[in-house]
Write a protein that binds this ligand. Sequence first.
Ligand code: SF4
Length: 254
Amino acid sequence: MQQSETLMKSKKIKRVNALLVKKFGIPKRNGLPNPLDLLIATILSQNTNDNNSYKAFQNLKSCYKSWDELLDEKRSAIKSRIRIAGLAEQKSAAIKNLITELHKKNDLGLLSIKQLENEQAIEQLTAHKGIGVKTASCVLLFALDRNVCPVDTHVHRTTNRIGIAKEKTPDKTFFALNQNFPEGIAHSFHTNLIRLGREICKPTKPSCGICPLLKVCDFQDKNLNGKTTGEKREFMLLDNVDVKGETSNVKGQM
Ligand code: SF4
């Protein structure tokens, strides 16, 4: 990418961030959770909503004193505890495999990734079966406080509509978006874009008429007549995995 394009992209990201902060505020953070808690919560969040993955995480966490107890646990037991989050077969396999591999490396605290640059950390985390770029980048942002913007379906759709990215898949958007990402705003940008995608810039019939980004958005098929349901959807699982390794409403013992 040319230097002038990079500068324009960076300027647009900052402008979009400022408009989203004006609309939704600066998203709250509860501190930095344990990276393994965050990783397991993110695996549970794949293809479901935050409320269900939050319940699945609570169920799982409240059953064990430490994650290494999963080493000897039957997969059927893990599956039944996380069923509410859907895809229990795949998610239980990914969790069990992850714990087994980290235990072999004596790295259940994921201390090794703390020493790595973002790209290497993503490479190391995605080497585990069932962990993709989005999950790995969530660990970097939410548990390690790196200035990295994970890209889920909402962030992919909205950034491509706005004209910050021009990519076909969330992973391609992630690598394009995170080249020279402006300092210090990844958490706010990521979290508020998800909220925008849930409440206003929905997959079909976005409510452009009430969108705070109307004037800066490049989307050709704006829907100026669209109305929202007025529904607020601000609960974010990954901002509610507590810093002590406990979820907000559960007395976990890890
Ligand atoms: S103007 Fe419309 S398409 Fe653009 S971000 Fe807002 S809701 Fe989405």
